[in-house]
Design a protein around this ligand. Structure first.
Ligand code: SAH
Ligand code: SF4
Length: 450
């Protein structure tokens, strides 16, 4: 195989945390082979796109970026969800792409790049999720972490839920959990390396272990990782239908688990939730929130909730949208990611008639965004005067003398440095900030000497 030693490359990542983490695995693999990551696209001989196809906008963006590299002489590789979905068909839309790989064969990328560099023509390798790749599972590959203090830790891949609008089960395959022993080993290694925060990853972490052990064992993972000595533990994503009482108890009782839960609700209308194949009602969701808050309060935690919301699902009536607004008001989300429904070929919802005018949906979207921002502002006001432990990540883009970090609830916190203090001494460390100002998107305060 042609050596990749000295080859310069750039990875461009779109989409979710799973993709970001897959990109860290690619960095880990290529660097082990002597290749050099470069932020400068001019210098990069290879550009690797890690793609997303959850919404149409991501498709459009990829094709635009790939087109702009035409004639540049660079080797272009496309992986991730679009690679998995399109395979060789991608070459019809973008014939100058050199390598197409999928979500199940990241470990083969070096061999595919080498073959393309040797001039064997376009390399396309996309494995069906059920095939056993000869290479190790991507979840177990070494990775080069973006930050030394934070690690993404995939505990499962794929999704068996088949929400009617969603392409993920088709491009990421069925749920596959990673054995507990393997998770334990990786956590031990990360803690030994000085990692402060671990984020457990999976499309549906609540059902972790169902495929391996016959029943979900996510609560056990939370308790074990929480007791590993890690300072901060977070996880994404939880499906409300699978959020068990045991998981709620583990969440509330484990001190290392940060008081922040991302629990995508998608809609507040029971009719739309049923059409989305979500398997819960708005009332059930509100019950879960209540249970969680009660359990957290008993353990001395005040939990911040975030969510995902889709506007304009086919057949959404005004009353359905009103129900979403009512649910958002009732929960008081600290953060919400709002999306306009995007029709995805091959999903069950793609067959539904979609007659709502674009302007109507845009108007709903705008009022939802406004409500969500108001809710975030209100939640942040609660922190005024609080003294919070903050994990510092770096300095503000606008002012290099202002530290930026994260509160336990995952709020962005700004704190100015005093004379003589330098950013480097704070990055990756926990410090304490007294909050003096609360905006929609961030908190601002003063460092407390400890
Ligand atoms: N497994 C996670 C993440 C899935 S993708 C979960 O279930 O929450 C992240 C978000 O993208 C989803 O929660 C949903 O809100 C949004 N999404 C997925 N498919 C979409 C589509 N076709 N149109 C618009 N938004 C979509
Ligand atoms: Fe998509 Fe639903 Fe699975 Fe999330 S739970 S990845 S929205 S199918």
């Amino acid at each position: 195989m042609t050596s990749l030693n000295g080859l310069t490359y750039q990875v461009r990542t779109f989409g979710c945390q799973m993709n970001k983490h897959d990109s860290e695995r690619i960095d880990g693999m290529l660097e082990a082979l002597g290749a050099l990551a470069s932020d400068d696209v001019e210098k990069a001989e290879v550009v690797i796109f890690m793609t997303c196809c959850v919404r149409e906008a991501a498709d459009v963006r990829l094709l635009g970026q790939v087109a702009s590299l035409k004639g540049s002489g660079k080797l272009i590789a496309v992986g991730g969800c679009i690679g998995q979905r399109d395979g060789a068909r991608l070459l019809e839309k973008a014939p100058h792409v050199d390598v197409v790989f999928g979500t199940h064969n990241i470990a083969h990328l070096p061999a595919l790049l080498a073959a393309a560099l040797e001039g064997h023509g376009a390399q396309v390798e996309v494995l069906d999720g059920s095939e056993k790749s000869a290479a190790p599972s991507a979840m177990a590959l070494p990775s080069r972490r973006e930050h030394s203090w934070h690690a993404w830790l995939p505990i499962m891949t794929g999704c068996d839920n088949y929400c009617s609008y969603c392409v993920v089960p088709f491009v990421r395959g069925r749920e596959r959990s990673r054995p507990l022993e393997e998770i334990r080993d990786e956590v031990r290694r990360l803690v030994d390396e000085g990692v402060q925060e671990i984020t457990l990853l999976g499309q549906n972490v609540n059902s972790y272990g169902r495929d391996l052990y016959g029943s979900p064992r996510f609560a056990e993972v939370l308790r074990e990782v929480g007791a590993s000595g890690i300072a901060r533990l977070r996880f994404v994503t939880s499906h409300p239908k699978d959020l068990s009482d045991d998981t709620i108890a583990a969440f509330a009782e484990t001190p290392a688990i940060m008081p922040q839960l991302h629990l995508p609700v998608q809609s507040g209308s029971d009719a739309i939730l049923a059409a989305m194949n979500r398997h819960y009602t708005a009332a059930h969701y509100l019950e879960l929130v209540e249970k969680l808050r009660v359990a957290c309060k008993a353990a001395g935690k005040d939990v911040a909730l975030s969510t995902d919301l889709i506007v304009g699902f086919p057949g959404e009536r005004e009353e359905d949208f009103e129900a979403t607004l009512a649910l958002v008001r009732a929960v008081g989300f600290a953060q919400a990611f709002t999306f306009i429904y995007s029709r995805r070929e091959g999903t069950p919802a793609a067959a539904l008639e979609d007659t709502s005018p674009r302007e109507l949906i845009q108007g709903r979207f705008d009022s939802l965004v406004e409500l969500v921002q108001k809710s975030a502002w209100e939640q942040n006001q609660k922190e005024l005067g609080a003294v919070l432990p903050v994990l510092f990540e770096g300095s503000s883009k606008r002012d290099a003398r202002v530290l930026v970090g994260r509160s336990p609830k995952n709020q962005t916190v700004h704190a100015p440095l005093s004379e003589g203090q330098s950013v480097e001494n704070f990055v990756g460390c926990l410090g304490t900030v007294r909050i003096e100002e609360a905006r929609t998107w961030y908190l601002r305060g003063l460092l407390v000497q400890t």
